[in-house]
Structure formats: structure tokens, C-alpha cells
Design a binder for this molecule. Structure first.
Ligand SMILES: Nc1ncnc2c1ncn2[C@@H]1O[C@H](COP(=O)(O)OP(=O)(O)OP(=O)(O)O)[C@@H](O)[C@H]1O
Length: 218
């Protein structure tokens, strides 16, 4: 299977802080399901953000879909093809209504309003969330927001899904539904989750971020 995403020897420090990543490497092949684990604050979310160019590494290389990506412009294509479900839905949802939030990506890609709204309805039906379509986004519950962030990513039909604690705030029924949805998807997945049972069901390989580098558990 072709390698879709390759992070090589990534070094990163937030301004004024000790380095969080000190040579972390991770590669993801088409269709692969990888769990990224590690203690709180070990840099898992940071590594996902680096994959999309939301923060730029101090050293190291990001290769996506066969090309090295260094500058903001080179990441636009990456963000269309790799979808990140943020740990905090409030970082992702910013439109007045659910439908507008989900339509934002397709509209941004130049789809017509009618076409974007058709895609919104399609993804909401797929996730059994049609009843939330016209709700005010910031009035949704934590779990509902999380499911809508997933919808806003799936509507773009990305080739790779990066999921940062996707089960946070989900009740058992919605967690089971999320699991069913993920298992039915063809995409490669990188899953950050502290929930070992959920990881075991979704992923087939586990890597650990420890002291700034990715190690494979023995
Ligand atoms: N925007 C930021 N500015 C400064 N420091 C940050 C910022 N974002 C994260 N950090 C710090 O960088 C470190 C790594 O954070 P990160 O969120 O990547 O860890 P994580 O492994 O995803 O943690 P968790 O398991 O708690 O979600 C932490 O010490 C965090 O406090």
C-alpha cells in the first residue's frame, strides 16, 4: 500500500517552552489504522497539527501524498485530503448553524450552495444526525458537537482521518455508533485515544509518543 503521510524526525517546541517533539517519526499507509498513544502532554495533538501544517516543525520533514510539504501553500492540498477531528470541537465549529458548519468545507472548495447542502444532508443521514441540521452550533451538547465535527470532516471525503480523542463526551450509544461508522470507512485512520478498548476495536497497530519520539511498543 502506498504511504500517504510521513512525518520524519520532527522537532518542535512551543515558544518559550522545552521541546515537546524531539525527532518524532510516523508513517501511515493507505487504509492503515494506527493508534497514537502517550501520556498527557506528550505531544500527540501537536504531531497531528504538524501533519496538517497548522504548526510548522523546527526541524524534520512532512511528506504527504508523495511530496514534501514545507510552506503554508503546500499544506492547502494536504488539508483537503487529510481530515483532522480536533480534540476540542470549539476549535473546529465556528458557524451559526450545524448545516453552515458542515457546508463550509465544500463551499470553500467551490461547490455550489445547492451541491454543498446536498452533501450536508447526505453526511447527516449517514451519521443519523439529520435532526441536528438547523440547530445553533454553540447550543449543542458536547457529544453532539463532537459528532458534528466528524460530519464536517467526513463531508470532505478525506483520504486520511486524524481523530483526536473522538470518544470524548460521547454516551455509550453514540460511542457504539462512532465505532460502527469508523469500521465501515475505507480511509486510513490515525487515532489518538486514551480509551484502550476503543483503540483495540478500531486500530491494528499502536505507536507510543514518549519523551518526544515515537517508539513502537514491544
Ligand atoms: N498552543 C500552545 N502553546 C503553548 N503550549 C502548548 C500549546 N499547545 C500545547 N502546548 C503544550 O505542549 C505540550 C503537548 O501538548 P499536546 O496537546 O500536543 O499533548 P497531548 O499528548 O495531545 O496531550 P493530551 O493527552 O493531554 O491530549 C503540553 O505540555 C501542552 O501544554
Amino acid at each position: 500500500m502506498p504511504t500517504l503521510l510521513e512525518l520524519e524526525e520532527i522537532h518542535f517546541a512551543y515558544p518559550g517552552q522545552t521541546p515537546v517533539l524531539r525527532g518524532a517519526s510516523l508513517s501511515v499507509a493507505a487504509g492503515e489504522r494506527v493508534a497514537l498513544v502517550g501520556p498527557n502532554g506528550s505531544g500527540k495533538s501537536t504531531l497531528l497539527r504538524i501533519a496538517l501544517g497548522l504548526v510548522l516543525p523546527l526541524r524534520g520533514r512532512v511528506r504527504a501524498f508523495g511530496q514534501e510539504r514545507r510552506h503554508e501553500a503546500a499544506f492547502h492540498d494536504v488539508r483537503r485530503r487529510i481530515g483532522l477531528v480536533f480534540q476540542d470541537p470549539d476549535d473546529q465549529l465556528f458557524c451559526p448553524t450545524v448545516a453552515e458548519d458542515i457546508a463550509f468545507g465544500p463551499l470553500n472548495l467551490g461547490r455550489s450552495r445547492a451541491e454543498a447542502l446536498r452533501l450536508v444532508d447526505e453526511v447527516l443521514d449517514r451519521l443519523a444526525l439529520r435532526h441536528l441540521r438547523d440547530r445553533v452550533t454553540h447550543h449543542l451538547s458536547g457529544g453532539e458537537k463532537r459528532l458534528i465535527t466528524l460530519a464536517s470532516v467526513l463531508v470532505m471525503d478525506p483520504e486520511v482521518l486524524l481523530l483526536d480523542e473522538p470518544t470524548n463526551a460521547l454516551d455509550p450509544e453514540n460511542e457504539a455508533r462512532l465505532l460502527e461508522i469508523l469500521l465501515a470507512l475505507p480511509q486510513a485512520i490515525v487515532l489518538v485515544s486514551h480509551d484502550a478498548a476503543f483503540r483495540a476495536q478500531v486500530t491494528s497497530r499502536e505507536v507510543r509518543l514518549e519523551k518526544g519520539i515515537v517508539v513502537n511498543p514491544s
